[in-house]
Design a protein around this ligand. Structure first.
Ligand SMILES: [Zn+2]
Length: 374
């Protein structure tokens, strides 16, 4: 597993480098073929490739992973894949190349049919080209296991949903010294907006509304004519996302003569606890069966492609990947000795889930009907 991890890490794969992505997809496809005897299909969308491996005609369980990393090409020149004792480090080891290696090991350990394994290449940039495929496969399977990194070994049983906005503010330019009274100040209007936005959060509900970047005006001695304010919204429930979404759309300018326009909206719906509950119980039993220590579950603020799966009503369990830390940072690493255990856990889940799913009908558990957001 360590040598497979080395090969995949050395095939660097920044989300936006389509040539590098294709090379990395080739390496992963080769390892998958070697390990399982089944060649994955190359899904091509506008020159970008994703990998889809299937055993059996109709999948009851979808295993989800991504091959792209946040690290630019050439990172391995300065920071190569290295193993020191029980720790492997290198760009993308934890998020989530070790998860891919573990998933491949799990697939090779079990022969059960009805499994699909999707490895996308644009998760780190929002999954624009893979979202539809993820949703279609998740809907078909009804059960989704996400090989994203764990939280110190704990599975991710809930993730917040997120929304992104750009608010365009328009005022009127005027000379700041000669006739400032003729201007409508986009910076001041943005400040009013930022303070109102900050009030929309709900600490008890865990809803955060964070005004982030603000760009306003062009010249130091002119009343700013226009501004753009970015807003990051996170919430545990769809109701909360929709409440804040509505409030943001109801914002009105404070200054006479100013106007605002809201762009953007809800991106990833939440992965609610109800979506992972049944699967998490099964995973805990599986862990006990194969002699692993007690499996914990945590709720986290960040979102993943697991959110898309939950959004279309699939039972979704996330964080089944590597044990380690430092995602997106220079301290990124994985614990090598945990890789076999995690692969065994995933294999045990794959062994017991498809029969379970067919006994209970097509879906293990369904959450609220999805609504479409743009
Ligand atoms: Zn990831």
């Amino acid at each position: 597993m360590a040598s497979q991890l080395r090969r995949i890490v050395e095939a660097e794969s920044p989300s936006d480098d389509l040539v590098a992505i294709r090379r990395c997809a080739g390496v992963i496809a080769g390892i998958l073929k070697e390990a399982t005897g089944i060649e994955p299909e190359l899904l091509e969308t506008e020159r970008r490739v994703h990998l889809l491996w299937r055993r059996g005609p109709s999948a009851k369980v979808l295993v989800l992973a991504h091959m792209d990393t946040v690290w630019p090409l050439g990172t391995t020149d300065r920071w190569p894949f290295v193993i020191e004792g029980d720790i492997a480090s290198g760009p993308g080891v934890f998020d989530m190349k070790a998860g891919i290696v573990q998933a491949i090991a799990a697939l090779s350990m079990t022969g059960v049919p009805g499994i699909a394994f999707l490895v996308t290449s644009d998760e780190e940039t929002g999954s624009a080209s893979s979202r539809e495929t993820i949703e279609t496969l998740a809907r078909e399977a009804g059960t989704v296991l996400v090989a994203e990194p764990s939280e110190r070994g704990a599975l991710k049983i809930a993730r917040k949903g997120s929304a992104l906005y750009d608010i365009e503010v328009n005022g009127r330019a005027a000379h700041a010294g000669l006739e400032p009274e003729r201007g409508v100040n986009a910076t001041i209007e943005s400040a009013h907006l930022a303070l109102q936005l900050a009030q929309m959060g709900d600490r008890a509900a865990g809803t955060t509304v964070t005004p982030t970047t603000l760009v306003s005006g062009r010249t130091g001695n002119v009343i700013p004519e226009s501004a753009s304010l970015h807003v990051d919204l996170r919430a545990w429930s769809k109701t909360e996302l929709e409440r804040v979404d509505r409030e943001i759309r109801e914002l009105r300018p404070t200054l006479p003569g100013a106007s605002i326009r809201v762009l953007g909206g809800i991106n990833r719906g939440p992965l609610a606890r109800s979506a992972s509950e049944v699967l998490f119980g099964v995973a805990q039993e599986c862990a006990a069966d194969i002699g692993l220590s007690h499996l914990e579950g945590v709720e986290v603020g960040g979102s993943s492609d697991g959110n898309f799966a939950a959004h279309v009503g699939a039972a979704t369990l996330d964080g089944l990947g590597a044990v380690g830390g430092g995602a997106h940072s220079r301290t990124e690493h994985v614990v090598l000795s945990a890789m076999a255990d995690r692969a065994a856990l995933l294999a045990a889940l794959l062994e017991c889930l498809p029969p379970l799913a067919s006994n209970r009908g097509t879906h293990l558990e369904t959450v609220d009907q999805p609504t479409e957001h743009t």
